[in-house]
Design a protein around this ligand. Structure first.
Ligand code: 3PG
Ligand code: MG
Length: 398
């Protein structure tokens, strides 16, 4: 798959104005960046372009502003990025017009410039052709290194690729290679571990996965909906009872596709949704009417371990229990550690991504031991749903 994408290997950036789309949408509190992971991810591409004598002109969004808003300025993020890069990063107060033009004219080969939040212009999210033309004037080529924003067909993530020669940056390239190994052309058997609270947000994802993987582990609140659909009493547990028919349809589809669905066989139950609430493991035939399933039980964890042992490739999205509350992170943490250990021995290719997943793996202390951990939220989910991502499609070599 990745062979069909143009990358930085296909272009000489020396002396060129490179419009480089990065994802600088980092968490920030009181004007300070609280997690620099995304900045570290894009650093290699920026450094490579600068070191090769290109002019790296960064395009990015920050938050979801409705027009210009100082709260959503990229200025403090650019300052933090400069620290990560160990190089100066100039800043322009607008991504088009005089401020951008002047800042770019002042650049020397190898310089780095960050332009202000592209979403300060409403045309960005509309993929407006005139705004494409205005931005395109500022560059010679477009490099997209923002996989995590590739589910958006915006001017900076997609539109520019129709106007300028487009290339995947190194982070985008690594992401596409990892995803290719995970679902497009994986070593079989493939297992998916899917958790999280709700089936309703992951119907498309589950339906796509059952036709692609050999085994599907379902955990988290989602599993309760499946258990309920099979007639199991889940007490006061979170469950979307109106989705029972959907759950059964997914199970039928899995059976027809020869995909084993692995549901919990026991449960850790508490009577309050709170950290350290007294809890106990119960068999599925004995969940107390007043009880809440907050994690998979010990036998279920064993089951997940042996399913992981049978697999050559693992795709993971979502925690298996209420991992934000100790000790109900237990199932997620031990299963993640098991997958990490298998990966280290070279027996497993493990790819994880999506919202809470990275936080859960960090909590387990194993994010660095997975083959690849995506920082993408929505884009990772849409990829798992089998949907084409506009920011990726536009990079395909024609
Ligand atoms: C993200 O943070 O998930 C990406 O940067 C996309 O942001 P968005 O959901 O506001 O488009
Ligand atoms: Mg998002």
């Amino acid at each position: 798959m990745t062979n069909s994408f143009r990358t930085l290997d296909d272009v000489d950036v020396r002396g060129k104005r490179v419009l480089l789309r990065v994802d600088l949408n980092v968490p920030m509190e009181q004007g300070r960046v609280t997690d620099t992971t995304r900045l570290e991810r894009v650093a290699p591409t920026i450094t490579e372009i600068a070191d090769k004598g290109g002019k790296a002109i960064l395009l990015a969004h920050f938050g979801r502003p409705k027009g210009p808003d100082p709260k959503n300025s990229l200025r403090p993020v650019a300052a933090e990025l400069a620290k990560v890069l160990g190089k100066p990063v100039a800043f322009a107060d607008d991504c088009v017009g005089e401020p951008a033009q002047q800042a770019i004219t002042a650049m020397k080969d190898g310089d780095i410039l960050c332009l202000e939040n592209t979403r300060f212009h409403k045309e960005e999210e509309k993929n407006d052709p005139e705004f494409v033309a205005e931005l395109a004037k500022l560059g010679d080529i477009w490099v997209n290194d923002a996989f995590s924003a590739a589910h958006r067909a915006h001017v900076s993530t997609e539109g520019l690729g129709h106007k300028l020669p487009g290339y995947a940056g190194r982070t985008m390239q690594a992401e596409l290679e990892a995803l290719n190994k995970a679902l497009e052309a994986p070593t079989k058997p493939v297992i998916a571990v899917i958790g999280g609270a709700k089936v309703s947000t992951k119907i498309d994802l589950l339906e796509n996965l059952v036709s692609k993987v050999d085994a599907l582990v379902i955990g988290g609140g989602m599993a309760n909906t499946f258990l309920h659909a099979q007639g199991i009493n889940v007490g006061k547990s979170l469950a979307e009872k109106d989705l029972a028919a959907t759950a059964l349809r997914i199970m039928e589809k899995a059976e027809a596709a020869n995909c084993a669905i692995i549901l919990p066989v026991d449960a850790t139950v508490a009577f309050h949704f709170a950290a350290n609430a007294p809890s106990q493991a119960y068999g599925l035939d004995a969940i107390p009417a007043e009880g809440m399933i907050l994690d998979v039980g010990p036998q279920s964890v064993e089951r997940v371990h042996s399913a992981i042992d049978d697999a050559a490739t693992l795709v993971w999205n979502g925690p298996l229990g209420a991992f934000e509350l100790t000790p109900f992170d237990h199932g997620t943490v031990v299963a993640a550690k098991h997958a990490a250990a298998r990966t280290k021995t070279g027996k497993l290719v493990s790819v994880a991504g999506g919202g809470d997943t990275v936080a859960a793996l960090n909590q387990a202390g194993v994010a660095g031991d997975f083959t690849y951990v995506s920082t993408a939220g929505g884009a990772f989910l849409e990829w798992m749903e089998g949907k084409p991502l506009p920011g990726v499609e536009v990079l395909r070599a024609k």
